[in-house]
Design a protein around this ligand. Structure first.
Ligand code: FAD
Length: 504
């Protein structure tokens, strides 16, 4: 076996010849950009730049380019890390001596099949461009993440994304109809639900499903076909305020019921901490003390049905002691909030990152999936866990560097379940080894809490500190189920070249 250095050099030479040297970067500043994603794993490594520094960044422009890259990665045993917009909380960060495969130059819309409600595009297409293309033609996607400005289409499969409209329409996997994927052996295959055609078919395995949540460990997705719908003629957005948090949760649980979900596409509970943080930006004033939560709703459909549904929703909210405060009603105006979050994190541009300290204040997103039956109890227990993080006795180091920004916003998942949205702010500059140790300990307590409420650790973001990952995956999946995952990985990727730093 030749040395790692010569294998990497040969890999870079051969790939440059095959796909063109203009698509290959080996300079250190470019490589350094790919050490970071929006995810928090970097906080847990003292020398993350060296540990996560790729050897090369590749920007393929076609499925054939990706096939060449995979072919040479197998020949020279070079790990490949697929990368989209790097807004996912886990998976796209580099690893020492890997090749990053940045898909964002593959951003063409390939087919718009209006009559059959199908659209096919390359995996690196920005979700914002994808949404714009459809909206300009009177349509909208159902797979629509809040991070549309930076997230890419292929990642929606790789992470099995969460949708704005999950209450009505379910997650990304419900709307992706076919994918093209370059397998670890270099073959490009088109997979759908039992066929290679973008429709349901009963004649064979639904092979596409395997790639949902695979995070680049089983292949590189190069094309995605999704379905879309007409923009509904009417939409209403409204909200009510609650003086008691439990009333707010009860109201939310009542309006997210499956019987309403074809019209109520989204509803959330915003709780105090978040409201106090966001109010000065959105409503330009302090949040009133007496208001502990806001429940909001989006209703879509034909005008008559929307009007009737809104009347019903307003009655439900009032029956749970909700009251109107029109001057506060825009506080969940989602587009503004997410643009603000992205700016704050410095995702939008480098200037903003520097200006807003995006490089030091990192957001840690947690999104456990909690059943309706345990939602309120989980919320209460979680607040106690946050108090422990902040009280200086249980986690003295962590209490100095962590702020709880959003302490739990439930958003509907599939029937009976909720994505429980939590945002923590970490003052990265002050992190030391004690903080790292305490964070892993805290995360263990947090995981036990989620499991004790019959929840699962993450709806989409997928973050588990890497050191705990195998143990926690076995806890949540089961030993045999984890072995099955390993068997599939070994069968498809015997040289372990596809994103080998995660899962195993
Ligand atoms: C402010 C904010 C809001 C968010 N809101 C949402 C939301 O509403 N819904 C939601 O689902 N998520 C949300 N996210 C998380 C994230 O944006 C999504 O999961 C998104 O789909 C990730 O896209 P990306 O292109 O940035 O993927 P990356 O972070 O670049 O990659 C994620 C994982 O997928 C793998 N991967 C990427 N592309 C490919 C490919 N073509 N083939 C194989 N593997 C690949 C990577 O290796 C990595 O493991 C949000 C994030 C932020 C920062």
């Amino acid at each position: 076996m030749t040395s790692l250095e010569s294998r990497l050099n040969n890999f870079i030479d051969d790939v440059s010849k095959a796909i063109g040297s203009e698509k290959v970067s080996t300079d250190r500043p470019t490589r350094m950009c790919y050490t970071l994603t929006h995810g928090p794993e970097c906080l847990l490594h003292e020398n993350y730049i060296e540990e996560f520094l790729p050897a090369v960044v590749l920007r393929p422009m076609s499925t054939e380019d990706v096939q060449e890259i995979v072919k040479f990665a197998n020949k020279y045993l070079v790990p490949l890390v697929p990368s989209g917009g790097r807004t996912g909380s886990y998976g796209a960060e580099g690893m020492r001596d890997c090749a990053i495969v940045d898909l964002r130059s593959m951003n063409r819309i390939l087919e718009f099949d209006e009559k059959n409600y199908r659209i096919t595009a390359e995996a690196g297409l920005l979700m914002a461009d994808y949404v714009k293309f459809l909206r300009e033609r009177g349509y909208m996607p159902l797979d629509w993440p809040a991070s549309e400005r930076s997230a890419t289409l292929g990642s929606r499969v790789a992470v099995n994304g969460y949708n704005w409209w999950e209450n009505g329409w379910g997650p990304a996997e419900f709307h992706v109809r076919a994918i093209k994927v370059v397998l670890p052996n270099g073959d490009a295959v088109k997979l759908a639900r039992g066929s290679s055609r973008p429709s349901k078919c009963g004649i064979s395995y639904n092979l596409m499903s395997l790639f949902f949540g695979s995070k680049g460990t089983l292949g590189i997705i190069t094309e995605v076909t999704e379905s879309f719908i007409e923009i509904p003629p009417m939409k209403v957005y409204g909200s009510m305020v609650f003086a008691d948090i439990k009333d707010a949760f009860e109201a939310y649980l009542d309006i997210k019921r499956p019987r309403y979900s074809r019209l109520v596409w989204r509803t959330t509970v915003s709780t105090e901490r978040y409201l106090k943080f966001i109010a000065p930006y959105i409503i330009k004033k302090e949040w009133p003390e007496e208001c502990k939560a806001v429940v909001d709703y989006h209703i879509f459909g034909e005008p008559q049905a929307v009007k009737e549904m809104e009347e019903k929703v307003v009655n439900i909210l009032k029956n749970h002691n909700g009251f109107e405060r029109p001057e506060l009603s825009d506080v969940r105006a989602y587009w503004d909030v997410h643009n603000l979050l992205e700016d704050y994190m410095g995702l939008a541009s480098l200037t903003k990152r520097i200006k807003n300290q995006g490089a030091t204040m990192r957001m840690i997103f947690l999104d456990p999936n909690i059943p309706d039956s345990n939602l309120i109890a989980f919320y209460m227990d979680l607040q106690r866990l946050f108090s422990k993080m902040e009280d200086e006795n249980h986690y003295p180091a962590l209490s100095q560097v962590m702020t709880v920004l959003e302490s739990g916003t439930p958003i509907p998942g599939m029937e009976g379940y909720n994505k429980f949205w939590v945002v923590l702010l970490a003052d990265w500059e002050k992190w030391d080894n004690e903080c790292r140790k305490e964070f892993k300990k805290w995360f263990r307590e947090y995981a036990e809490l989620v499991w004790s409420h019959n929840g699962s650790l993450s709806t989409t973001h997928g973050f588990i500190p890497r050191e705990l990952e195998v143990e926690f995956l076995k806890r949540e999946l089961g030993e045999k189920e984890y072995e099955l995952m390993k068997l599939i990985k070994r069968t498809l990727d015997p040289n372990n070249i596809m994103n080998p730093k995660i899962f195993f």
